[in-house]
Ligand binder design. Structure first.
Ligand code: GLC
Length: 565
């Protein structure tokens, strides 16, 4: 009897405590399901339109029922919000609009009481321009100790009126900003995000203090923002932008010689941090956001360094069996090099939601959704259902892989990107600094719908800081809770079944003679089969534990099935 689409069969049931990687163990992170919360858009407790810490605490039962092992919280620190909180004004406090340290402690207790770990975001490449250090630097003369914590330089040209280089920032526009006394400071991102100088010992000491501060408050791990930046070699002569601009992400030099991305010295910082992490029991964990070529990734993930690194390869891949297979194989090899487990990611707060991406033509020009966003979600035409169907198949595939899966809030609702945010609603600096080229990242950061009606669909009592479209009503949590076929229930069942099925980290491919079907086996008889093709394929032998759509003796197009063999 195969037709248990969307249902967990009971025959594999064991008590949760019997799983080998129970969350209380030091290796809890190796095969964790981590849920990313973008706090300003999750749940608004105090009705100011901005999500907050108490909103998260109130939703811990939701997270527990979802079945995640850990939550990763994007920045909740005091911030002027020049970059959605990634411009941190004080690393050891909570933004008063989001709550207080007491609220934070209460949230940690509630999460831990529900068996959920907490990972917080650390932003070490730059501070906010409102940070007390930067304010002090502005008030101090060139050459002062306060300026040395950042990257200040004299300009060039007879009167120093030209920036030291012609480099562009990641969000567009120049990477240098001039201060009133004529000096310039470096900002790889927005001007409100001055880069720190990691040759300065105050910077090292202060981040260690921050890591201990949160670790002492019970935080279990850290997500390290742009972990491949931090150390820089700005010795003269500096390359021109023309020489540098092609050297991004996978095109970075493999020998660590780029002046500011992925330099070898950055690992000295992470070795220092590792010592701090290991002062705790269990050791605190960390995951690097490092946009580096694949062969450079294991070093970030090593046990002497951060311990894990994001792998964005699936996030960048088309919905295509051979691409997925290559990415999986490569990353399992890389993780055996580093000794870490692999990570798997389809969405986060920086990219077009994958439900939407998978409903667009999977061509190189359209698959990341950016061109679709530029037309306010009109062109190319989005096939919403196809995207939802593929996304359901994709998450079952990811959750069956050895390693940690990082999920982004709302994907458990099958939430699409909001493609038609009006200009007056936009907040993202990458929109303002890149007008006409990028629509920015606000469309994946629209506050979540909890109920089909009410002010801001249950997000809060008084509106939402980014406008929610009417169709949010149909996908609200409360609606999906009442529908056993919903994506929310698929995630809940998948996470529950994963706990029961997961043991060792091995993966073996099962040859099925069809290049469009990926079939692999995990230890103890757990198998996962994904049909990427547009045709149904025969269902292999085994008992269906879970399926992304109802199945009989065939696996329909764009679907995944978990089997117990
Ligand atoms: C990372 C964050 C992104 C932020 C940037 C600068 O890439 O994920 O949201 O804008 O760093 O801090």
């Amino acid at each position: 009897m195969h037709s248990i689409g969307g249902q967990v069969s009971d025959t594999t049931a064991q008590p949760k405590s019997a799983t080998k990687d129970a969350p209380s163990k030091p290796n809890w992170w190796r095969q964790a399901a981590v849920y990313q919360i973008y706090p300003r858009s999750f749940a608004d407790h105090n009705g100011d339109g901005l999500g907050d810490i108490k909103g998260i605490t109130a939703r811990v039962p939701y997270l527990k029922e979802l079945g995640v092992d850990a939550v990763w919280l994007s920045p909740f620190y005091p911030s002027e919000l020049a970059d959605g909180g990634y411009d941190v004004a004080d690393y050891r406090d909570v933004d008063p609009r989001l709550g207080s340290l007491a609220d934070f402690d209460e949230m940690v207790s509630a999460l831990h009481a529900s068996g959920i770990k907490l990972i917080v975001d650390i932003v070490p490449n730059h501070t906010s321009d409102q940070h007390e250090w930067f304010q002090e630097a502005l008030q101090s003369p060139p050459g002062s100790a306060a300026r040395d914590r950042y990257v200040f330089r004299d300009g060039i040209g007879p009167d120093g009126s030209q920036p030291p280089t012609d480099w562009q920032s990641v969000f567009g526009g120049p990477a240098w900003h001039q201060v009133p006394d004529g000096q310039w400071y470096l900002h790889l991102f927005a001007p409100e995000q001055p880069d720190l100088n990691w040759d300065n010992k105050d910077v090292h000491e202060d981040f260690i203090k921050t890591l201990r501060f949160w670790s002492n408050r019970g935080v279990d791990g850290f997500r390290i923002d742009v972990a491949h930046a931090l150390t820089k070699d700005l010795s003269e002569p500096l390359p021109t932008w023309e020489e540098l601009r092609h050297l991004m992400h996978e095109n970075l030099p493999l020998d660590g010689t780029h002046p500011f991305w992925d330099r070898d010295e950055v690992h000295e910082i992470y070795a220092e941090w590792r010592k701090v992490f290991n002062e705790y029991d269990p050791p605190r964990t960390a995951v690097a956001e490092a946009w580096v070529p694949r062969p450079r990734r294991p070093r970030y993930a090593s046990a002497e360094g951060l311990g894990q690194a994001f792998n964005f390869d699936l996030l960048e891949a088309a919905w295509d069996a051979s691409e997925f297979r290559e990415v999986i194989d490569d990353n399992l090899t890389l993780s055996s090099e580093s000794g870490a487990s692999s990570t798997w990611v389809l969405s986060n707060h920086d990219v077009v939601r994958h439900v939407t991406r998978y409903g667009l033509p999977q061509d190189p020009d359209t698959k990341n959704g950016k061109s679709w966003l530029m037309t306010d979600g009109k062109e190319p035409k989005l096939d919403r259902e196809l995207g939802e169907r593929r996304a359901r198949a994709a998450v079952l595939l990811l959750l069956a892989l050895p390693g940690s899966t990082y999920m982004y809030q709302g994907e458990e609702l099958g939430l699409h990107e909001v493609g038609d945010l009006p200009e007056e609603a936009m907040q993202d600096p990458s929109y303002f600094r890149n007008k006409g080229v990028e629509k920015g990242r606000d469309g994946c950061r629209v506050p979540l719908p909890w109920t089909p009606d009410g002010a801001s669909f249950g997000f809060g009592s008084n509106g939402a800081h980014l406008p929610q479209p009417g169709w949010f009503a149909d996908v609200a949590v409360a609606v999906q809770e009442n529908d056993p076929a919903s994506t929310l229930w698929l995630y809940r069942r998948a996470l529950e079944a994963r706990h029961k099925l997961q043991s060792g980290e091995a993966l073996e491919w099962v040859d099925n003679g069809n290049a469009e079907v990926l079939h692999f086996a995990r230890p103890d008889g757990w198998q996962c089969v994904t049909n990427f093709s547009a045709q149904p394929v025969p269902l292999p032998p085994g008992e269906v534990v879970l399926a992304s759509v109802p199945v009989d003796d065939e696996i329909p197009a764009d679907a995944t099935v978990w089997l117990k063999v």
